[in-house]
Design a protein. Structure first.
Length: 144
């Protein structure tokens, strides 16, 4: 692996492993941290491979280098018990231009709200009304 990629990968992994804890505010901060870690892995893979990830297999090499022991349970909402929905194929060029688009979100959430993470790595809990208005790309939609 070339030196810049190795340094970038090391920095990414240090950042991700710092986002794995739950903190004192409970499951909301757990989901926020896990979604932020997912967005970081997704964005790095898109930049590193110069093509948008099309599925979990495109993220495996980074997940394996992280301290995420079991991705099948890690990338599951602590609130609704369902795997996060990932918007595969978000173009790396759009991420580089700073467009703020949906990367992943809770499948159901709770009490009419769900956690969402965008390409700016900002995770936030939003109402269904706001969720249905979020920016997606290439004809993808969060409206279910």
């Amino acid at each position: 692996m070339p030196f810049p990629t190795m340094v970038s990968c090391t920095c990414l992994l240090l950042t991700i492993t710092g986002c794995t804890g739950g903190g004192p505010s409970g499951s909301s901060s757990i989901d926020e941290s896990k979604l932020q870690a997912l967005a970081k892995i997704y964005s790095y893979a898109a930049q590193d491979k110069r093509t948008p990830p099309q599925g979990w297999s495109d993220l495996d090499y980074l997940i394996q280098q992280s301290e995420i022991a079991d991705p099948e349970t890690y990338f599951v909402s602590s609130r609704d018990g369902k795997p996060y929905v990932v918007m595969w194929g978000v173009d790396a060029g759009q991420l580089a231009r700073g467009q703020n688009v949906v990367i992943a979100y809770e499948a159901q959430g709770t009490q009419g709200k769900r956690w969402v993470v965008t390409s700016s790595n900002r995770a936030q809990e939003v109402t269904e009304e706001i969720f249905n208005k979020l920016t997606v790309v290439d004809g993808q939609t969060t409206d279910r």
